[in-house]
Design a protein around this ligand. Structure first.
Ligand code: ADP
Ligand code: TRP
Length: 329
């Protein structure tokens, strides 16, 4: 018996430079999963319009994220990597799903409330964001959606909408996906100890270098225990970050230095800086090489877009038919 490969899908917003929270919370798993099935990863540029109104930046972020993924090991022969906007069927399906989505379903959206609380403008795009996300997922008949815990509710909404559509039109037109919550790291803390996030200006970039990177690492907030006193590694932000990069043995060594005293947070930060450089060093060199060949990077998006569009169109054809949506071409 042959088992069909599962379709794995995930997206990331190009709303800023990617940081190590994005890497450990999402990108690393995307790259690891590229061989586990038929993977589709995309840059959610329509989603970013809900918070970013600067075309040049949005475009540049799209190229930058593609560079980041390629440098970190995404293989376009294994995974389909593309921009959301290269698949117009997504916005077409999103409209249809929106006609079945109760307003109250959106009103319960936690991420909408969080974003408003963080100062984003309460626009309709932000309000209906989960509908577009549902279309992103459903348009490829995705089986598995690897995302962080914060996205769980959006996947639930997607499942609900797929069910509503199938019931409304009496058939299995859309496949109900499963979430795949990435549990390998909890929340990666930022330099101020809150969740690392573009919205909090507390990020450490994946591909930082030289003085700016050093300055960022040195700015990580710690308590004021004097250098000579013993310190608790388990309550310290610097150590929480060190744990992401160091193997178990190195972690234990550093933890012992914390507990022994005579080891300051400055020492720990220098250790972290060295670990970050080592961890991303090879990828940084690869990224610099790729930057010299932006045409190749654009080709990756173009090819990925083509494949994604073909899949999306095959899902959309029966849906247009059953919904009675007329097309003269
Ligand atoms: P940001 O908060 O910087 O805007 P996003 O919300 O765009 O980041 O997140 C993109 C992906 O990265 C999501 O899958 C999210 O779960 C993951 N992610 C973002 N920040 C962190 C973090 N600090 N720790 C772990 N995962 C994170
Ligand atoms: N909302 C996701 C985030 O902020 C990005 C995203 C958009 C997404 N569409 C998706 C993730 C579809 C998974 C599947 O991280």
């Amino acid at each position: 018996m042959t088992t069909k490969k599962k379709t794995i899908l995930s997206g990331i917003q190009p709303s800023g430079k990617l940081h190590i929270g994005n890497y450990f919370g999402a990108m690393r798993q995307h790259i690891e999963m590229q061989e586990m099935g038929d993977s589709f990863y995309f840059i959610a540029n329509y989603h970013s319009l809900t918070s970013l109104n600067d075309g040049e930046t949005l475009y540049q972020n799209t190229i930058d994220i593609t560079l980041d993924y390629l440098a970190l090991g995404l293989d376009p022969d294994k995974a389909t990597f593309f921009a959301q906007s290269d698949v117009p069927q997504v916005t077409e399906l999103a409209w249809m799903l929106g006609t079945l989505a109760p307003v109250s379903m959106m009103e319960k959206g936690v991420s909408y409330k969080d974003k408003i609380a963080a100062g984003l403008s309460p626009n309709i795009g932000l309000f209906t964001y989960p509908i577009l996300q549902a279309a992103d997922i459903l348009i490829y008949h995705s089986d598995l959606v690897p995302v962080g815990e914060d996205q769980k509710q959006n996947i639930e909404i997607c499942r609900d909408l797929a069910g509503k559509f199938n019931r409304a039109f009496d058939g299995e037109y859309l496949k109900i996906p499963e979430d795949y919550i990435v549990k390998s790291v909890a929340v990666v803390p930022g330099t101020d100890g809150r969740k690392m996030s573009k919205s909090y200006q507390n990020t450490i970039p994946i591909f930082g270098e030289g003085k700016p990177l050093k300055k960022t690492v040195m700015s990580i907030q710690t308590d004021s225990t004097p250098l000579e006193d013993p310190k608790d590694p388990d309550t310290d932000n610097v150590f929480a970050l060190i744990k992401l990069f160091a193997d178990k043995e190195t972690q234990d060594e550093i933890a012992a230095k914390y507990r022994a005293g005579g080891y300051g947070y400055g020492h720990a930060k220098n250790e972290l800086l060295g670990l970050i450089k080592e961890y991303f060093g090879e990828a940084l060199e690869k990224r610099k090489e790729l930057e010299k060949n932006i045409d190749y990077v654009k080709d990756v998006l173009k090819e990925g877009g083509k494949k994604a569009r073909e899949r999306a169109e095959s899902v959309m054809v029966p849906i247009r038919e059953v919904t009675g949506i007329f097309r003269s071409f």
